[in-house]
Design a protein around this ligand. Structure first.
Ligand code: RBF
Length: 221
């Protein structure tokens, strides 16, 4: 069985791992949570989302499945202690509209991570490929352009049976999306914490001395 460890903890620099952790980094502890009992497993650290704000954008197509996935997302957010009042939800017509709606929400400055939720089921025409590829690319672009984490919350399936297998019970992908959103929101907070100058992008501690280190060395990652 494929075991995929998806944790942004891996991105944390040596300084963070060695103990000089920023306040945001301290919200992330090490105990792994193994999720999902289907064909894919994913492991997350224990995540403290008590100060994280999450936006959920739902496509109206395949309403029942979307509802199940959102249920999975909310279970994960509750497990991560994200307060209910920190979760906002909006609807869009379909998966194709998700990237632009994500961009609006990202630019609002009101959330720390966004979970677009869409279900695309293969049909007789090429709409499935066209919409799923453009929506996936659009979602990635919004995350990169705005700096607000955008989770890949699109379920692309060949039939209803595949959707059900991935949207209910222990293999509800919404659960992983919720965890991933909190994980990435905390990573972003870590990246931005401690920034006192425009050249410091986080991941470690800013060199307040300044004189000995050229500014370029202060840039994170
Ligand atoms: N939107 C979805 O979210 N899931 C779908 O499975 C889906 N299938 C579609 C199939 C066809 C033939 C068309 C024309 C649209 C479909 N849409 C679907 C809607 C699409 O994402 C978008 O909302 C509309 O095309 C309006 O821009």
């Amino acid at each position: 069985m494929l075991s995929l460890v998806f944790s942004s903890a891996a991105f944390q620099g040596p300084a963070l791992l060695a103990g000089s952790r920023s306040p945001a980094a301290q919200m992330r502890t090490a105990a792994p949570v193994i999720m999902a009992g289907g064909t894919t497993e994913v492991s997350f650290p224990t995540l403290d989302g008590s100060e994280v704000r999450i936006g959920i954008l739902k496509a109206r197509w395949h309403e029942g499945h979307i509802g199940n996935l959102v249920g999975g997302i909310k279970e994960a957010l509750t497990e991560c202690k994200v307060p209910e009042e920190n979760i906002v939800e909006y609807e869009v017509p379909g998966a194709f509209e998700l990237p632009l709606a994500c961009r609006y929400l990202a630019l609002s400055g009101k959330v720390d991570a966004i979970i677009p939720v869409g279900v695309l089921i293969k049909g007789d025409t090429t709409h499935f490929e066209v919409i799923s590829e453009s929506a996936a690319k659009g979602l990635m672009d919004v995350g990169l352009a705005t700096g607000i984490p955008v989770i890949f919350g699109l379920l692309t399936a060949n039939n209803e049976e595949q959707v059900v297998a991935r949207s209910v019970g222990s293999n509800n992908h919404g659960n992983q999306w919720g965890m991933a959103a909190v994980d990435m929101a905390l990573l972003r907070k870590t990246a931005l914490s401690g920034a006192k100058s425009k050249s410091f992008l986080g991941f470690g501690q800013e060199d307040t001395d300044g004189a000995s280190t050229p500014p370029v060395k202060k840039i994170g990652f």
